[in-house]
Design a protein around this ligand. Sequence first.
Ligand code: DGL
Length: 268
Amino acid sequence: MNNAPIAVFDSGQGGLSVWSELYRGLPHESLLYYGDGKNCPYGNQSKEQVTEYVDYAVRRMLEAGAKMVVIACNTATAAAIDYLRASYPVPFVGLEPAVKPAALTSRSGVIGILATAGSLKGHLFQTTAHKYADRVRIIEQVGEGFVELVENNQENSPEAYETVVRLLKPMLDAGADRIVLGCTHYPFLADTMRKVIGDRDVQLINPAPAIERRVASLLEQYALTADVDHKPEYTFMTSADDVYLARLIAKSEQAKALVSAGNAAIFR
Ligand code: DGL
């Protein structure tokens, strides 16, 4: 048993799509969220630079007592997960675009992958894509502009709609019936994407529920599960300023409710 927090890291607010699943599925676990708002977006930055940012954040989260770290950012995972696992003694959970469930369930034989440039270049994605390449046709698309729209609360704006139309059109025209949300910011655009998809038989694949199951199983495996009567604590941290942190918290209904009820700590 271990009542220390699980750390959830993202370049910004996107990791809240994973945080929400952990909050829902692991009600006894304390959660510590860190959004690197000062350095977001990561998507077009070098592997070395991203590794440096992530390393700094991970050190802060471990100093705060984290027992496990979820890198709720595909780009950060692609850049730094090997380094992190080799450098720190806690279990790490990383994210990579969910090619496998898309490839195994596609009926049209065409799947679309939306992710950042950094994730699509990474060896995790390249290896997985290669593995399924003879089963499905994979259409890769960098979600250019998506992270900025989400960070600026513009996911339901006309600009978001136009951007989604432009980026999804090639995969929809090619007959993709599965679209992988390979960046944790993208689930926040799911409503706009569904509008663009209309009545086509296309499923969006968000890996967050699978990540929650993975975390639950690793907690068991490492005997790190919190006590059933543990009252969880929720903490939100950022490298950016208080205005950013307030926006980050407002992004998640659950986080907002926790903070306004005085049930979450916030610090910079
Ligand atoms: N949310 C991140 C991901 O899953 C990265 C977004 C960014 O900073 O570009 O890839």
